[in-house]
Ligand binder design. Sequence first.
Ligand code: DON
Length: 569
Amino acid sequence: MIRNIFVSLLVLVLLSGCSGSPESGKKAAIIYPGTLADSGMVVSAHPESSKIGVEVMRKGGNAVDAAVATEFALAVCYPEAGNIGGGGFMLFRSADGRTDMIDYRETAPALATASMYLDNEGKVIDGLSTDTHLSSGVPGTVDGMLNIHSKYGVLLFRDVIQPAIDLARKGFPVTSGQASDLNNYRELFLDRNISRPAFVKDSPWKCGDTLKQADLALTLERIRDFGREGFYSSRTAGLITKEMKRGRGLITLKDLSDYRSAFRDPLTTDYKGYKIISSSPPSGGGIILFQGLGMIEPYSLREMGFHSLSAVHLIAEAERRAFADRAEYLGDPDIMTVPYDRLIDKKYLLQRMKDFSPDSASLSSHVGPGTPMAVTSEETTHYSVVDPHGNAVAATTTLNGTFGSCIVVDSAGFLMNNQMDDFSLKPGFPNMYGLVGGETNSVRAGKRMLSSMTPVIIEKEGTLFLVAGSPGGSTIPTTLLQVIVNVIDFGMDLKSAIDTGRFHHQWYPDIILYERNGIDTAEVEKLVKMGHEMKIRGSIGRVNAIHILPDGRRSGGADRRGNNSAIGY
Ligand code: DON
């Protein structure tokens, strides 16, 4: 009896996300409740959004209904990255194997120019692309959700968005991580807004305090009642443009009414007999992931050993080369030709690794972009959904930085993105994730900025095997690469594959970043001797994934990094 009470209390504590700091490391040993399910499952960054997605499926909704409900719920209960003022990429695979992707990435306003973030001497003005009204692209989330829902949803849109409206109005308990995020950003919220946003209160936030968002509830109701018009014209659009004028931002009514999300073909490749499906440009995530996998495929990671010197070295060298290609070849496919097929061609990738030495580190200054044959191109959130029929959704959505620009549209209650920083502001100038780029990703009116978001769906012998994705800016595709090889090459169960340590290389800076205790000290020392610069950093990625077990059950992997939540039934 006492033991049962203790277990119930533990479950309650875990569901509320009040069990300690997300980075405390103590959570590594926690077995998340609800990670095994027979029918439907949602794994997302917050218990409330996972719960809402599952409830929608219990009412007869499919994976897309649940995903749209989860996305709007995240806009309420995970304002760090969930949004209606940002954008993302959603990958869909139907139970019978058809795939699709909706690109709801933001676009540059019509008044944007290549030099808008530069001073008279051509230097990048600090903070303009990240901290001001000028940092926002035209939001894509609302149009993306409406479009994917009208193509695949089976419930009424109003029933799918309603739980988020209720959540905004009634409020929800903030998790431990959120309490500290909200306290850390208090001054920025006060500084950048004329009215005090719901995210600010007199006393410091504590885990379990209720966050209510009345203005946001009204904005969501306008979307429920008027669809696209409820956001891209009429009152909400008026509030966005008024907010822009206050801070000399560029987004106009015309930019809003011109915005269109786009269905695009996802990219596919195969890796050791598995079919991998992921995002196509304007996200570079899928291509980096596929290039990385293609470059390491000829080697036996299993023989090398998990996080061994040879395995870390091999993966880092593949990542280095993939990111060098990103800077040269990737950009908005509506504006340029991206040579996808050639970049992920296995013969090209073999050739790309020709100068790879198993014994010493390459230098990024010597590793330029490759020449694909006959060339003629930190806060986000990911959720994964599988419904009882086996339809699957992997969606990654973002405001870019934590809480985006920290600018709340006055009286509309939602945060604007600072996604313009994902453009290459000037050739070779690093963005907030240290990524460099050139002309292919320069700022231009109406253009989509290059992303690293990498929603992934994997099939094994034609059946659904894994649904996954992560936040983490440039570390997103390398995080996914490691989770995939941990499952496929090292045979780990999903939760261990996610929770174990990670590392990252992105060409420039020419460093292998790794999580504290992520790689054994002895291996780190050997990597340094080999010529790699090694640097510890905070956590890398937060993967929310679902693995379909051989008996058909869904196994949810909610990353120990954060207050993520896997719920199924
Ligand atoms: O689209 C991108 O690649 C970035 N804006 C994503 C930002 C991100 O993942 C931040 N998360 N930690």
